[in-house]
Structures are given as C-alpha cells and as structure tokens.
Design a protein around this ligand. Sequence first.
Ligand SMILES: Nc1ncnc2c1ncn2[C@@H]1O[C@H](COP(=O)(O)OP(=O)(O)OP(=O)(O)O)[C@@H](O)[C@H]1O
Length: 437
Amino acid sequence: MTAPRVQRCAVWFGTPGARDEAVFAASGWHLRIACPEAGIQVGMRGGDLVIAVMDLRGADAVRLAAFERILAEHADLPSLALVDDTLDPGDPPCQRVLARCGGRLPQPLDSQRLDAALATLLGSPRRDIASVGGESAAMLGVRALLHRYADVELPVLITGESGTGKELAAHALHDLSSRRTRPFVAMNCGAISPTLVQSELFGHERGAFTGAATRRMGLFESADGGTVFLDEIGDLPLDAQTNLLRVLQEGTIERVGSNHAIRVDVRVLAATHVDLDAAIAAGRFRQDLYYRLDVLRLQLPPLRARGADVELLARQFLDEFRAGHAVQARGFSAAARQCLRQHAWPGNVRELLNRVRRAAVVAEHALIEPTDLQLGHSNAQIVALDHHRNRTERDALLDALRATGCNVSASARRLSVSRVTIYRLCRKHGVSLDAFR
Ligand SMILES: Nc1ncnc2c1ncn2[C@@H]1O[C@H](COP(=O)(O)OP(=O)(O)OP(=O)(O)O)[C@@H](O)[C@H]1O
C-alpha cells in the first residue's frame, strides 16, 4: 500500500538557528547544512525532493560569489534566498543571487511563510496540515512528528487532554499519508453501547443477533485501504479489544456471527485522554493491546503550555469565523488579549474556539472585550493588578524626582533605569518635568 517515501530535503548554505530547523521540520523538511564555499557535497538519494536555501544574512563578497557559483552549477535546483535587513539589495552580486533564487524567505521565519514560499517555489501546494495551527516550539515538534509518522505503517497512540486536537492530528496523519485517497473512519469507543461495538467495528452476518435482519459491513471493512481512528480507546469493551488485537497482529477481522476471517488493510490510530496504565491495572484494558497500539506516540500539549499560540489561534479562529459571518468584531482589545493569555484553558483548543466564536457573535464593537469572552472575572483581577502596578510606578517616579530636585540622571540612578526610561515614564504618567521644576 505504501509508496516509497520521498524525503524532502533542504540544503542550507550557511548556518541555520535551532528555530529555523524546527520550522522546516514542522513542514516536513529535513535540513542538511553545507558550507557555501565548499559547494554541494552532501549525499542525497536519487528520489529525494531537494531544494537549496541560500542564507544571505550578513553575506560578504566572497560568500555572495560562492552562492553565484552554486546557483550557476545547479541551475535546476529550486532555491530560496534567506534575507534580512543587513542585506544591500542594490549591490550587483546580491541582486544576481536574488534574481536566480525562485523565492525569498523573510525573517522571522514561521511555518505559514515557509509553506507559502515552498508552494510558490515548487509550483504546487504540498500535502498540507495547516489546519493544525500553532508556532510554539511544542506545536512545531508535533507537526514535525506528524510528517515523520505519516507514512510509517504502524499504529500511533495519540495522547493529550480533552480538546487538545487529538482527532485533528489523526486526520492530519491520514491526510499526509499515502492512504489519503482512501477512507478515514473515526469512532468514539465511549459513545457506542458496549453491545453494539463489535458489530460497529467488525460488522455482522444476517441473523447474528436479534435485530440483525441483513448482513452489515463494519467500520474496518468500510475503511479498507485507509485509516481507522479509535477515539477514547480506553472505553473499548474487553471482547472488542481481543478482536482489535487480531486486526493488529494478523490483519484480519471476523464479522459477528461468522468465523470466516476477512483480510483488511487498515492503519489503526488510537487516542486517549486518560492514563491507560490505570485501566490496565484495573483489568479493564489488555496490556498486550496497549503494547501493540503504543508503537509510535504523539503527545499533544495542553493549550496553557503553548505560550503565544493562544493569541495566534484566537486570531485565526476569529478570522475564519468572520469569513463566513457578518459580525462587528474585527479583533481583540488589549484587556481581552491579556485575559486570553492568563486563562488556564481547561477545555484547551476546543474551549478557545467556542469562546472566540461566541464572543464574535455577541461583541457589539470592533474589538472583543473580556466580557464577550466571558473571561470577565480574571480580567477584573488583571485590571486591578495593572492599576496597582501603574500607581506604584507613578509614585516611585514622583518620589525620585522630588528627592533629586527633578534631576533626570540622579532619578534614573535612584530607580536603576536609564534616562530614556525616565522620560518615557514621565510621558506615560503625564508628568511634566518643566511644571515639576
Ligand atoms: N492546533 C490546532 N489548530 C487549530 N484548531 C485546532 C487545533 N487543535 C484543535 N483544534 C480544534 O479544536 C477542536 C477540538 O479538537 P479535537 O476534537 O481534535 O480534540 P480532541 O483532543 O480529539 O478532543 P477529545 O479528547 O474531547 O475528543 C476541533 O474543532 C479542532 O479543529
């Protein structure tokens, strides 16, 4: 079923930073580092998709000449130029290098900019998992793993709190894999009555049980060639666990009411938000099945551990909502953004999505406020804290000015800040030095 995996490899001429490597990995690209002056001397497999990244940051004449040489010798190699403000685009060698590169990577580098540049460079959008949003180090790591696991024909156990995006990740694994043209079938093991789970998963023969008037195909047969995603795997009844083990070990199923083995070709992805070890200890989950499922592990971080992703996703959800609905809201007020940063997000991304959509509907002004997000309580605390901070800052400034006879340098020394900061604080708190003197 699996086509031989094409490695996507970017030869980076220069010195990438750790974040550059993480952003490329999150888009499914492996970096090879090369010294421009030495030219291309990195071993590559024939079928690999290769591009070059010319790191022009701080490049001197010797380096620019080396880039020109490489680009001339490898005219067919799709190339991107990494640029920054130190570059003089009017410099003829620099102009020649930029003209030969098929695109530019602006700084700071993020996944969206990289994906857009690659899509333009390579002429076709690559297999896309842009729906799994986030630029935090944790989410770059998750996307890199999604690329790495996609074409490996082994089960993946996806763990993480409720609402962290486990089903989304399962979809992404399917979409990135060579099975993507075949079905993706999901089942929540906890949402189906234990008596029906077997027949849902494996189908049944006519007359297998009361009410089985016709033969019915199960989920595994209907997903043949594709992917089965079993959510809340910890809730799977023990008899169904035994049959799932058979699928994983032998690649066959038996319909309920039949002892005829049917071969199925499916990849199994499973998710849980509970610790399966406890279910094993309680005798509710088979240990051998756990070992079979937990071959590749994908751990989704809680939203509260994703830093600036909260604001980034909130903005993204609002923009998506605005695209389909006529609403007043255009953005978030400073207080709302602060609330977004401070909230603990027990319901993770699902909670954020729902709060943003609701806020977009109820907001009566262009900027969403904390009350629209129904995060008013924590906002009251934040506002109160900000108020105290401001007052303390103003009092300290006035005390210093008074104590020094309004001498800016002496006030700066007294408060251990720069003179510039004293002037900034005066502006911020409406303190006129002339009037004060
Ligand atoms: N990184 C992300 N970027 C954009 N949307 C996301 C992201 N993660 C989750 N979502 C969205 O959040 C919602 C919840 O995600 P999902 O259903 O995949 O979570 P889950 O971990 O499977 O939840 P549960 O454990 O409750 O089944 C979905 O609407 C999904 O599209």
